[in-house]
Design a protein around this ligand. Structure first.
Ligand code: GLN
Length: 480
């Protein structure tokens, strides 16, 4: 059975079809993987009981008996939904998120809840109120965040797919630091029904897998219009595996975002590996065009304001009345709110709520929030303009290899600055895929992102697949 541990969804499907393994054996094997290795990796906050997993899955579709893990800010009916926060410690989701419903209908097994930064706020997994997920390539290093558990479990071979969520890079950055494939789709392509909101105008769920094909397969299952989400795009479900030919489209032009690749803070090893990747694209027939996107340089500042403002407003509902934890010291309604929120939220979340309320407050909202929204639309405009000349854009998704735990304890702002590489894409609402492109001397993974215009997921997967088939980085595994 050990051949199952780093197997792709594609190959596991074949084994199941040929009856070389049964769904029961698959399920037992992967739960066994968590029992064996997750006390070290700490990617899951909970692994469900085997009978309950079987009971919850009735479908016989494209993902029949394929196990995965779901970030703990996505609702799974009758299961805890904690967002890795104390304030939702015992909260039970009353319904399935649309993505969970679609996965179940396709026959997939959800094995449990993936650890994350509290309420998806962070880049290292260190803000989880429960545990620190480690990087499977080196347990002294962070897995990235906020979808820390989702990236680590796939990288460690514990499951072949997981779901994460993005507001400013939380799928792509951990995917890169863990050496796996992570998609941030076009805003509105995947339903947000059942996703606990952080920054509603930029949040998106995204799949994490080891290969590009598998990623396209998960998106094909969960994407497409959902009447339960008013921000869902009117786009039908599509098969994103269709364009995976192993070739680039004729005349393919790849634009390199020069100001991102040459940015201060991009480590030399990362820089060199990214340049090697560009040579591979050239070899595959791509025309490389260097461009500048100066508006991207405002991304981190705009993201800082927009995400905090929306978070403050979205998290106002966690006050001890309807959801989860309620503090015991209650002298009045006000003191109940105060104690519940003081005890229930961690430091990072509290600091974001404070900043968010400030930038929205009377007298300041025009100066901060309204201005940020104007610059956000300019960022989107500059990306769309760039796509008039190139098919896709190429950029780093993380400036360095995975860093050590505690590295940014004294200066959190330095960690936030890393959002520079990812968050403009969220602000622009466009899709981007992170894929692995080699290893540093420390044997830690490096990756890049391919960014496309609205609903260009087909093109992104096509180019990423051609690159992946040429390089086969996914064949490398960590020793756990
Ligand atoms: N690192 C970013 C933050 O802390 C990304 C979070 C996200 O995408 N959810 O806000």
């Amino acid at each position: 059975m050990s051949e199952l541990s780093f197997i792709s969804i594609k190959d596991l499907k074949l084994k199941l079809e040929k009856k070389e393994v049964s769904p029961d054996e698959v399920l037992k094997y992967y739960i066994g993987q968590f029992n064996k290795f997750d006390n070290k990796i700490k990617s899951a906050l909970e692994v469900f009981n085997i009978d309950l997993i079987k009971k919850a899955t009735s479908g016989q579709g494209a993902l029949f008996a394929i196990p995965g893990l779901i970030k703990d800010n996505i609702a799974q009916e009758n299961r805890k939904l904690s967002c890795a926060s104390k304030i939702l410690e015992n909260y039970i989701a009353p319904y399935d998120a649309t993505v969970v419903d679609r996965l179940k209908k396709a026959g997939a097994f959800s094995l449990g809840r993936a650890n994350m930064d509290e309420f998806a706020m962070g880049s290292s997994g260190e803000t989880s109120a429960y545990q620190k997920t480690v990087n499977p390539w080196n347990i002294k290093r962070v897995p990235g965040g906020s979808s820390s558990g989702s990236a680590a479990c796939v990288a460690a071979g514990l499951v072949p797919w997981s779901l994460g969520s993005e507001t400013g890079g939380s799928v792509r950055q951990p995917a890169i630091l863990c050496g796996v494939v992570g998609m941030k789709p076009t805003y509105g392509l995947i339903s947000r029904y059942g996703l606990v909101a952080y920054g509603s105008s930029i949040d998106q769920i995204g799949p994490i897998t080891r290969t590009v094909y598998d990623n396209a397969l998960i998106l094909s299952t969960i994407g497409g219009h959902d009447s339960k989400d008013s921000t869902s795009a009117r786009i039908d479900k599509q098969d994103y595996t269709k364009t995976l030919t192993g070739k680039l489209k004729n005349g393919f032009t790849l634009g390199v975002i020069d100001n991102a690749l040459e940015a201060e803070g991009v480590d030399t090893e990362v820089y060199n590996l990214l340049n090697e990747s560009l040579k591979i694209f050239e070899k595959l027939g791509a025309k490389i065009k260097r461009i500048k996107l100066p508006m991207m340089d405002y991304g981190a500042a705009v993201y800082f304001v927009v995400s905090r403002a929306e978070a403050a407003s979205n998290l106002a509902k966690f006050d001890g009345v309807r959801y989860g934890f309620r503090a015991k010291e209650i002298e009045s309604l006000d003191s109940m709110y105060k104690h519940t929120r003081s005890k229930g939220f961690g430091l990072e979340v509290k600091s974001r709520i404070l900043i968010g309320n400030y930038v929205l407050s009377a007298g300041h909202s025009e100066e901060f929030y309204q201005s940020a929204k104007i610059v956000q639309s300019m960022i989107r405009g500059s990306f769309l303009k760039a796509f008039e000349d190139v098919d896709l854009l190429f950029a780093p998704g993380a400036p360095s290899e995975a860093f050590e735990f505690g590295k940014y304890d004294d200066n959190k702002l330095l960690m936030d600055l890393q959002d520079y590489f990812t968050c403009s894409v969220n602000l622009a609402g466009i899709p981007s895929l992170a894929i692995p492109c080699g290893f540093t001397k420390n044997k830690l993974p490096v990756g890049f992102q391919l960014i496309g215009s609205d609903f260009s997921e087909h093109e992104i997967y096509q180019a990423a697949y051609a690159y992946e088939q040429e390089t086969l980085w996914y064949k490398h595994h960590p020793v756990i």
